[in-house]
Design a protein. Sequence first.
Length: 244
Amino acid sequence: MIRKQARQRRDYLYRRALTLRDAEISEKRAKLRASLASGKPLDPSIANDKKLREDYKYDESRPDLTANEELDLDDEYAQLSGIVDPRVLVTTSRDPSSRLSAFAKEIRLLIPTSIRLNRGNLILPNLITSAQASGLSDIILLHEHRGTPTALTLSHFPHGPTISFSLHNVVLRHDIPNSSRGTVSESYPHLIFEGFTSRLGLRIVKILKHIFPPREAITNKTKIGNRVVTFKNIEDSIEKLDLE
């Protein structure tokens, strides 16, 4: 298992290095193309690159793709996206309070194909090894401070990406009056992302949407309903709304 993970890591780093190199060359060619079209002087680092000028006439890169679009390092999602449902492990820091445990249950209900694990005394490396051996795709780790949920860490197996959110003003279902609480639907939701327009925002959208199963259920056709989950970015704070 350790050798396999090391081999996968080397392969990923090698492919990432190739992607970075190709993206850099593509960006230089785009600048060269724009300079030739406008007649503006080039940066000396590009103008003095004889190899780039020689290879320019053979350039078959797509002009409609920017370097940022070609530079997609989180390509692990592309391998299984839309083919199998994601299996997300939801767990907490060790010795959680009752409120953090309740919050973990609600995260489990938010993501239809996730599972929740009472961590016990498991240390993080053993927990991750067991999760990968069980074929899980991601892990969500919840943290607290004096009984209040304060952080959520999401990591994709086996090599990331990993993202961490600080939590503020967490409202649990049990905090809502019974007359308004209702039940939680576990149907596969429509996802709405609003306000994620920057490069970082688009990266966050990509990470979040891949912990939810696709709208067209792969394994269970009865899980399609009218549920809508909305993530709204307001001044770098993300609000989540779950409706049906």
